[in-house]
Design a protein around this ligand. Structure first.
Ligand SMILES: [Zn+2]
Length: 306
């Protein structure tokens, strides 16, 4: 009889920065919450390099990211630099996993190709920055108007004629080429989850968010898909991240369900605002950990600002 506890029985958190700029104090604060929660639970922390944006991710920034995290006082038990049982911990090296999930969704009729440009969607959707009546959410992207969405009958026909097959990479890449693939959300369905910090959350599919992209026309998985595939494969039990991703949690819950995966718990953190009340972006270089360090600030003193 084995007494080994399966990894899912223990708290597993993660830090998932993108090497598209220098880490700033806002990232550090959210990551520090992830660290504190992992420590309090006696669990472990995974570092994942989210370098999927080919236009912006840079290797030297990935190296700087690890150095800055170490300087600030973070440690992790699994990651690109230390390895671990669920690697690779670099998203650009996990393409096979994303393709398998894409194919599973496609075979199930859950996604469809969309030829609309970003501008087409914006123009058809109208003003994107107003909360819908009775809704607490301001949509974080225009609601997709459904231009390319096949009828449900057509989608289920596609499902019957598309058994779950691993086509060779070449055929798959032809099928994906040049178009975005969108996930069909169940219009009118209210989705709910309980956030570890903000409590009960609810949103309605098709009202607060619409059909979203899971595979981009530049042939890269979209953030939503990669995040779900990785958090599941890496056995993450709680996702700690910025409150700007609260609405995306509903999209990700739909992906977990469509892929037959168990979602983790979620804990979103308030975003740090700078002195003008502007949310910190990576362009605020003066508040990058690197710049603060160069000014002689210490991690201990910076953590007091949290
Ligand atoms: Zn379209």
């Amino acid at each position: 009889m084995s007494s080994v506890v399966p990894p899912t029985a223990n708290y597993r958190g993660r830090l998932a920065p993108s090497p598209t700029g220098l880490l700033h104090l806002g990232h550090a604060r959210t990551f520090w919450t992830a660290r504190e929660r992992a420590r309090a639970a006696g669990g472990s922390l995974v570092l994942r390099n989210e370098d999927l944006d080919p236009a912006r991710a840079r290797a030297e920034l990935a190296a700087a990211m690890i150095e800055d995290l170490r300087w600030f006082g973070f440690d992790w038990q699994e990651g690109p630099d230390v390895g671990g049982p669920f690697g690779p911990y670099v998203q650009s090296q996990r393409r096979a996993q994303y393709l398998a999930a894409f194919e599973q969704l496609r075979a199930a009729g859950a996604i469809y190709p969309c030829t609309c440009s970003r501008r087409d969607v914006q123009e058809a959707a109208g003003a994107p920055h107003e909360a819908p009546p009775g809704g607490a959410w301001v949509p974080d992207e225009p609601i997709y108007p459904g231009t390319c969405r096949p009828s449900l009958a057509k989608a289920s026909e596609g499902r019957r004629s598309a058994p779950f097959l691993f086509l060779d990479t070449c055929a798959l890449s032809l099928a994906r080429q040049g178009v975005n693939w969108r996930f069909r959300v169940p219009d009118g369905t209210m989705l709910a989850f309980t956030d570890g910090r903000y409590g009960p959350q609810a949103a309605t599919a098709g009202v607060h968010f619409g059909d979203f992209i899971v595979w981009r026309k530049d042939d890269a998985p979209a953030y939503q898909l990669a995040c779900v595939v990785d958090d599941s494969a890496m056995r993450i039990t709680e996702v700690v991240r910025g409150a700007d991703l609260l609405l995306s949690t509903f999209r990700q819950l739909l992906l977990y369900a469509a892929l037959g995966l168990t979602p983790p718990a979620f804990h979103h953190c308030p975003l740090l605002a700078d002195m003008q009340g502007v949310r910190l972006a990576k362009r605020h270089d003066a508040l990058s950990l690197r710049a603060l360090r160069a000014q002689g600030r210490t991690p201990e003193e910076l953590r007091k600002l949290f």
